[in-house]
Design a protein around this ligand. Structure first.
Ligand SMILES: CC(C)(COP(=O)(O)OP(=O)(O)OC[C@H]1O[C@@H](n2cnc3c(N)ncnc32)[C@H](O)[C@@H]1OP(=O)(O)O)[C@@H](O)C(=O)NCCC(=O)NCCS
Length: 206
């Protein structure tokens, strides 16, 4: 497991606030985006996608850890947004956003963590991952103001993530330039400093 690359989850302070309803409620929002491509559709996950999502994560990460993490986050009610990329009837990509808590001196703020995300190896570098991030962030906007990620420093800044604005946020996984944050609403991270708490599935990663 690439603990550092799978940042995400929900702080214990937000455990149990499951919002899986959002997975289906946002399908209308995503429909125009899906129609924009004739071959790859981005849409919320459904119950029928679970085993395909496992396969995508297993293939992209070459192991079971991220697939198990997705299942644990879903089972634990931590997921806020989970999207799949479907190409010619096959699930070839997946992205998940789950809740975290930012514990500051003046209180606790809700935020989302992007992780894991995966694209089937034979479909990588075709823009599918970028479409998942863009659609995912759009879906997150209706419920949250802040997203954090621990991942490829050359990839996520394309979508506005910044290591610099994440510096006042402490991650239990460390991260350096790979630890990034994004304000979905301008100014949402201004003056925010504190510790990011992750859900139990993340803290239990090998
Ligand atoms: C990272 C990943 C989700 C990107 O999906 P994708 O569909 O290939 O992404 P896009 O085609 O939209 O964008 C390509 C960019 O992704 C990044 N990328 C793709 N494969 C990568 C890899 N093996 N290592 C690091 N970065 C990678 C690069 O920044 C690349 O940009 P470039 O082509 O200009 O070099 C996908 O490569 C993947 O599943 N990788 C394995 C699992 C993983 O690392 N997940 C992310 C954890 S943070």
């Amino acid at each position: 497991m690439h603990k550092g690359l799978a940042a995400g989850g929900a702080g214990q302070g937000v455990v149990g606030g499951g919002r899986l309803d959002l997975l289906v409620d946002r399908s209308d929002e995503l429909a125009p985006e899906s129609e924009a491509s004739m071959t790859v559709a981005i849409r919320p996950e459904t119950d029928q996608d679970k085993s395909s999502i496992r396969k995508v994560n297993q293939a992209a990460f070459d192991g079971d850890d991220e697939a198990n993490l997705v299942d644990a986050l879903r089972d634990g009610g931590f997921v806020d947004v989970s999207l799949v990329a479907e190409k010619d009837g096959e699930i070839v990509g997946h992205i998940l956003f789950s809740r975290v808590a930012i514990v500051t001196k003046v209180g606790t703020m809700d935020a989302l963590s992007l992780a894991p995300m995966a694209v089937m190896p034979h479909c990588q570098r075709q823009g599918i991952g970028s479409r998942l991030v863009e659609a995912g962030l759009k879906a997150c906007q209706s419920s949250h103001k802040i997203v954090v990620v621990l991942g490829h420093p050359e990839f996520y800044p394309r979508f506005g993530f910044s290591a610099e604005i994440a510096r006042p946020l402490e991650s239990p996984f460390g991260g350096g330039e790979a630890w990034m944050a994004l304000a979905l609403i301008p100014g949402a991270l201004d003056g925010v400093a504190g510790r990011v708490e992750f859900s139990l599935p993340f803290m239990a990663l090998p």
